[in-house]
Design a protein around this ligand. Structure first.
Ligand SMILES: [Zn+2]
Length: 307
């Protein structure tokens, strides 16, 4: 039966990390078996080989214990490799796709890599900050960045803490925006999230605790990167601490003056920022230095219209 063979093949592809629509497999089988009268076994083999070739699938390379080879993240250099990793879960990102059960970042002493687990594979959830021995994952890439896909054959075993390489990003550029929500804010004492109009989405009206932060955009000419400065970094860059900010806000009867002052200090200035990228979006500034950008004679001449 075409339907049964198609189901069997789909299961095999899924184990190799590819989700192929059942209809598509059925159509190919139907063509071979019912129209060209190819024997079922041969049709099955033909369709199997075609997908393996077209999708660059690889059958699990069984080492000693029927597991893909244990590698380091830096050794992942092409698509369609079957690998096992000992790695730490650095981040689990928010994900609202029903087909994906988890998406995030794994790290080991040689680097970091994105991971994806599909809902279909029905695997236990990975926890942020924990280390695991993960077997039989398939590598993939997008825009020359590699990822690993967990699948039905993947086993997940908690393991001793894995040391992770320094994963900070360094960027130099101009601050092109200081966003709303920067400056003096109040946080919910229950969950630490910023209050909106004196209330937390989960915990209702709160007195709140004062905090100081900056959400800004740094543009290095190629990328506009969202960056976040915590209270301490805000003080180091702007010279404003929480007490000063409270006094500024009280004197002006307007907490907005703190944001204005931060804008005055930071906007258009060049900085070098170093820190990890959180949730795939925000660079959390651990180090931040003012960069003096030298203007070349050419630029001066251009400015005065001499060339
Ligand atoms: Zn709260």
């Amino acid at each position: 039966m075409v339907k049964d063979i198609a189901k069997e093949l789909r299961e095999k592809f899924s184990q190799m990390g590819a989700e192929v629509p059942l209809k598509e497999i059925e159509q190919k089988l139907d063509l071979l078996i019912n129209q060209y009268k190819v024997p079922e076994d041969e049709a099955k083999r033909t369709v199997m080989n075609q997908y393996v070739r077209d999708l660059k699938l690889q059958r699990p390379q069984t080492g000693g214990g029927g597991e893909a080879q244990l590698v380091k993240i830096k050794d992942i250099i092409k698509d369609g490799m079957w690998v096992s990793l000992k790695a730490k879960v650095l981040q689990v990102w928010e994900n609202d796709k029903p087909s994906i059960s988890q998406i995030g970042v794994l790290g080991d002493e040689t680097g970091t890599i994105k991971f994806v687990a599909f809902a279909k594979s029905d695997l236990p959830k990975l926890e942020e900050g924990k280390s695991y021995y993960l077997t039989n994952m398939v590598t993939d890439s997008w825009q020359s960045r590699f990822s690993v896909k967990l699948n039905k054959t993947t086993t997940i075993v908690p393991t001793e803490d894995v040391e992770v390489a320094d994963r900070d990003t360094v960027m130099t550029g101009a601050i092109v925006d200081v966003q709303q929500g920067s400056g003096l804010i109040k946080r919910c004492p229950e969950c630490n999230r910023p209050l909106t109009k004196g209330a937390c989405a989960d915990h209702g009206k709160q007195e709140g605790e004062y905090d100081l932060r900056v959400k800004a955009v740094l543009d290095d000419g190629k990328v506009a990167q969202d960056i976040i400065l915590n209270q301490e970094m805000t003080y180091r860059v702007t010279g404003i601490n929480v007490d000063m900010a409270k006094k500024m806000a009280m004197d002006a009867v307007d907490p907005g003056v703190v944001l204005d002052e931060i804008k005055r200090i930071m906007l258009g200035k060049y900085f070098t920022v170093k820190g990890p990228i959180m949730s795939g979006r925000y660079l959390l500034a651990k180090e931040m230095e003012r960069t003096v950008k030298d203007i070349t004679l050419d630029e001066v001449l251009k400015k005065v219209g001499a060339v």
